[in-house]
Write a protein that binds this ligand. Structure first.
Ligand code: BES
Ligand code: MN
Ligand code: ZN
Length: 498
């Protein structure tokens, strides 16, 4: 689908559909009022019949509205005007595009970016609208022998703005929104692919494609390279698998030469059986999503590269399967990490931290401005926060605030959880420097505590996305989170430093 920005007067232009908003209580948005005038009160009469109450997310399709040049008018419920905010804005765009896709309209003019959304400016609104539109029409059909549904007729959408003066910033918002959506959809594709396709080798190949397309520097370390570097905790996870592990390192350097990079480290367990500490069978298929952190790093790189964002960043992805097998790591095994610290592996299912810790040590060589790791790390985080916000931990409060703020702007929120020293005691080991698990209480915190022992040399934040990276049940599938948060974090840094 193609998008453009135009200052259109509602009702004047021939086309497939005009989309306007209706607040709860049948109060009309400005664009709806304009259509109502041109149609001599037609909209008002429709509303009076009670077919559209203006509830958020509802839609009503009208045909051949008198005096209106477009073939159709789509009314979109906005909810109460007093409560209309960021969430409602995204929701009404999603509802509108979803409804449009079920019509025969080939093109549409969407009059939603003109709605007031708190303090948000036109650039924000267009960026969010474009991203919401692109991500709602996403389908994952690569693995079906034939597509399930016919592709929607909709091929062109104009996001209408109120004035000529809005065009410049709306255009930047559009470019950024589409780039973000492409990053989100890449992360979703990678997440949704099954474990027998999306292996560490596949991730490395995808990363190479991305690097080639955007001319980025890439390096893929193989098992032998990892051995030389002493990445034994990472290798201990790969030990049970016949798929070779990869450490993918991509450098995106569009910022000033002197600027230290932001390093993103993404957990890339392409399938997590638990290893010898094997997981129970129910829902184990969802452990194909255990590389979502890696997917979000690649998705974010795609988004910022497409935006040509002037920042320096490095993506590091430790990728491996976690399998049982004759050579697999056993509970009680002790390995020496790249940092030199020894770890007693009491549970082979706590593997994410074992691959991340070596990647986090590797990150030191970039003298990073900040490091953020992204990982589907703990079931405990899902218990603590559910599927609404990601868990955030950090060794630096300003960085934590910066991450939280980016999540707010992007509508991809995180929640700051504690990392007090007292929790560290749970990792005590009688045999090694420390163990890879604590006891049951605060499992998300002790996982973060483990990582914190490898991040002393820089400012670091950790996002536990176990509850937010994918959906289960009928809507099972990758969400692409936290690509919006990470991308916004980098946008904020780029915008500030100019
Ligand atoms: N990938 C899982 C975490 C996970 C589990 C995410 C369920 C989403 C849903 C991780 O590798 C894991 O298995 N963690 C263990 C840690 C435990 C052994 C300390 C967990 O959360 O049970
Ligand atoms: Mn695990
Ligand atoms: Zn895992």
């Amino acid at each position: 689908m193609e998008f453009s920005i135009k200052p259109l007067v509602p009702g004047r232009n021939a086309g497939g559909c005009s989309v306007v908003g209706i607040y709860a209580g049948k109060a009309m948005s400005d664009a709806a009022t304009a259509l109502d005038r041109t149609s001599k009160g037609y909209l008002k009469r429709v509303l009076q019949r009670g077919d559209m109450e203006g509830r958020i997310g509802t839609t009503l399709l009208l045909h051949d509205v008198p005096g209106i040049a477009s073939a159709r008018v789509l009314l979109v419920g906005l909810g109460a005007q007093a409560e209309f905010g960021e969430k409602q804005f995204r929701r009404c765009v999603t509802a509108a595009v979803g409804a449009l896709a079920n019509t025969g309209a080939a093109d549409a003019e969407i009059h939603l970016a003109e709605l007031a959304v708190g303090r948000r400016d036109i650039e924000w609104k267009v960026m969010q609208a474009a991203c919401a539109a692109r991500t709602t029409i996403y389908r994952f059909e690569q693995m079906k022998s034939k597509p399930e549904k016919a592709a929607p007729a909709l091929s062109k959408a104009v996001l209408s703005v109120k004035t000529q003066g809005d065009i410049k910033r709306a255009t930047r918002g559009l470019a950024r929104g589409l780039a973000l959506a492409h990053g989100v959809n890449l992360a979703r594709d990678l997440g949704n692919l099954p474990g027998n396709v999306c292996t560490p080798t596949y991730l490395a190949d995808e990363a190479r494609k991305l690097a080639k397309h955007y001319r980025l520097k890439i390096q893929v370390l193989e098992r032998a390279d990892m051995k030389k570097l002493g990445m034994n905790t990472l290798l201990s996870v790969a030990a049970g698998s016949s798929e070779p592990p990869k450490l993918i390192v991509i450098e995106y350097s569009a910022g000033p030469k002197s600027q230290k990079p932001v390093v993103l480290v993404g957990k890339g367990v392409t399938f997590d059986t638990g290893g010898i500490s094997i997981k129970p069978a129910p829902e184990m298929d969802e452990m194909k999503f255990d590389m979502s952190g890696a997917g979000s790093v690649l998705g974010t790189i795609k988004a910022i590269a497409e935006m040509k964002l002037p920042v320096n960043m490095v993506g590091i992805i430790p990728a491996t399967e976690n399998m049982p097998g004759g050579r697999a790591t056993k509970p009680g095994d002790i390995v020496t990490s790249m940092s030199g610290q020894t770890v007693e592996i009491l549970n082979t299912d706590a593997e994410g931290r074992l691959i991340l810790c070596d990647a986090l040590t590797y990150a030191e060589r970039y003298q990073p401005a900040a490091v953020i790791d992204i990982a589907t790390l703990t079931g405990a985080c899902v218990i603590a926060l559910g599927h609404v916000v990601s868990g955030l931990f950090a060794n630096n409060d300003p960085l934590a605030r910066e991450v939280l703020a980016a999540g707010e702007v992007a509508g991809d929120r995180a929640w700051h959880l504690p990392l007090h020293d007292e929790y560290q005691e749970q990792l005590h080991s009688n045999f090694a420097d420390f163990a890879n698990i604590g006891d049951r209480p605060a499992g998300a915190v002790t996982a973060a505590c483990f990582l914190s022992r490898f991040t002393k040399k820089y400012h670091w934040a950790h996002l536990d996305v176990a509850g937010t990276a994918w959906k289960s049940g009928k809507e099972k599938g990758s969400t692409g989170r936290p690509v919006p948060l990470l991308t916004q974090f980098l946008i904020n840094r780029a915008d500030k430093k100019r």
